[in-house]
Design a protein around this ligand. Structure first.
Ligand code: FAD
Length: 242
């Protein structure tokens, strides 16, 4: 049995899951996400979950300005706890070579309305008493920054997208994007039953797969990671991702 889809997304990380969610939210029902391994097995399952406005390039700052409000209301909109801890990011500048770039960043952040501020070594010590600050020239701190759990966020997107009709398939590596008449006509995948994964259409991007390759009801497994952060001035260890 074959299946076609209106939209095929290659890669089941947080971006693919987010696109699937947002498409279904806009009314696109037949969305298919093909993941070569397990959902979240790429960078999404390995990253530290840092979320910050304090970037050195303006485009990254602007992207974070767009995404931060969404993350702040993620639980309400998606119905999944992103475990977002808005504890702030503190950068400590100790080297001469970093002074000018951070001064430029502070000016750019100010221009863009980022609530990051310059802090003295003493203020940095007060924010994070465990830090050695005797060689600190100055620091930058933004209380809006923090960290979240990327796997929880991805799983939230996946759950909502599935409810709205999207299909996620694991073990389906896309090996070729097929084209015809100047359009994307489908994809080939070597996962599942390979012969069934090539499809054609007259318009737009379509793709197909055997119905028994669907994993709609299978639980997600994502890699567990560890990282250290500080909260209320005390080191905090987050062991594993939910
Ligand atoms: C060690 C580390 C730390 C990080 N820390 C942070 C951080 O603190 N804050 C932050 O914002 N970002 C961080 N990042 C970056 C962040 O993880 C990525 O920006 C984000 O996960 C990208 O999501 P994605 O869905 O695009 O990619 P991925 O999660 O990598 O998903 C892409 C998916 O595509 C699949 N795929 C690839 N090719 C094919 C194919 N041909 N067919 C089918 N599937 C395919 C892969 O298997 C993978 O699952 C970190 C990254 C790493 C590695």
């Amino acid at each position: 049995m074959r299946r076609t889809a209106d939209v095929v997304i290659v890669g089941g990380g947080i971006i693919g899951a987010s696109i699937a969610y947002h498409l279904t939210k806009k009314g696109v029902r037949d969305v298919l996400v093909l993941e070569r391994d397990r959902l979240g097995s790429g960078s999404t399952g390995k990253n530290a979950g840092g979320i910050r406005l304090q970037f050195s390039s303006e485009i990254n700052v602007r992207l974070s300005q767009r995404s931060l409000p969404h993350i702040e209301r993620f639980a309400d909109e998606i119905g999944a706890d992103p475990h977002f801890h808005q504890v702030g990011y503190l950068f400590l500048i100790t080297e001469d070579r970093d002074v000018a770039p951070f001064e430029r960043s502070l000016a750019m952040w100010s221009k863009l309305g980022i609530p990051a501020r310059r802090v003295t070594a003493a203020e940095a010590k007060a924010l994070f008493p465990q830090a050695r600050t005797d060689d600190v020239r100055f620091g930058t701190f933004c209380a809006k920054d923090g960290y979240a759990d990327p796997s929880s966020m991805m799983n939230g997107y996946v759950a909502r997208a599935r409810e709205a009709g999207a299909t996620f398939v694991e073990g389906a590596e896309v090996t070729e994007v097929t084209c015809g008449n100047g359009r994307v006509a489908g994809v080939r995948s070597k996962g599942g039953s390979p012969a069934h994964l090539r499809h054609r259409t007259r318009r737009g991007a379509r793709c197909g797969l055997p119905a028994d390759d669907r994993i709609r009801d299978r639980p997600l497994r994502t890699p567990r990671i560890r990282w250290c952060t500080a909260r209320d001035g005390r080191p905090e260890r987050e062991a594993g991702l939910r």
